[in-house]
Design a protein around this ligand. Structure first.
Ligand code: GAR
Length: 207
């Protein structure tokens, strides 16, 4: 059983799917920590409802550097013996201080088909606005490992949705979110079973 930490900054619907998957025995692991940079967010509340330890360090007004912040987070994860970090709407760019020790042990979910519509500034509704504006025929969601380039790490799973002619960023976001809720628990399940291997800059799923 691996120990999982989920990092979130907002409502936490992806966190919820991981809590449910962990509680229902779908994944060979337990969500044992929820971490946030936003102390009063919905994700913290969801963790408390599930009696999972919820810790936050407010990034707003934090007195140190980004690296010092991540050093604190790293120490927390190491002290709790976290095997896998899942970013689930964690709206903060992570520095190498945390990425390197957790290389290929940290995943993120992104609401588009990477490498399209990723990178700095492409998060949350900005992504769906850009997809609709570009008149894309399809979008979706991507689970990938976190590396030092923003949204650039090896892809673990993707799920597609059609972009419909009458879609607004909001309607598209809702359909993409449903796909996120399917592929994130699935990716964590595969990882927890030791079926996700990185070879070069690609992921191989072993069945
Ligand atoms: C999700 O759509 C997730 O893909 C996105 O934020 C939302 C969080 O929703 N993440 C990013 O844009 C990261 N680049 P949730 O709080 O309901 O899980």
């Amino acid at each position: 059983m691996i120990k999982i930490a989920v990092f979130a900054s907002g409502g936490g619907s992806n966190l919820q799917t991981l809590l449910d998957a962990s509680e229902h025995g779908l994944i060979k692991g337990k969500v044992s920590l929820v971490f946030s940079n936003v102390p009063e967010c919905g994700a913290m509340e969801r963790a408390e409802n599930h009696r999972v330890e919820a810790i936050s360090i407010a990034s707003k007004g934090y007195p140190g550097t980004r690296e010092e912040y991540d050093q604190e987070v790293l120490q927390l994860c190491q002290a709790k013996k976290i095997d896998l970090i899942c970013l689930a709407g964690y709206m903060r760019i992570i520095t190498p201080v945390l990425i390197r020790p957790y290389l290929y042990k940290m995943m993120n979910i992104h609401p588009a088909l990477l490498p399209k519509f990723g990178g700095p500034g492409m998060y949350g509704h900005h992504v769906h606005e850009a997809v609709v504006k570009a008149k894309e025929k399809e979008s979706g969601a991507t689970v990938h490992f976190v590396t030092e380039g923003v949204d650039a790490g090896p892809v673990i799973l993707q799920g597609n949705v059609k972009v419909l002619p009458y879609d607004t960023p909001q309607t598209l976001a809702e359909r993409v979110l449903k796909v996120e809720h399917q592929i994130y628990p699935e990716a964590v399940k595969l990882y927890s079973e030791g079926k996700v291997k990185v070879s070069g800059d690609r992921v191989k799923i072993i069945q």
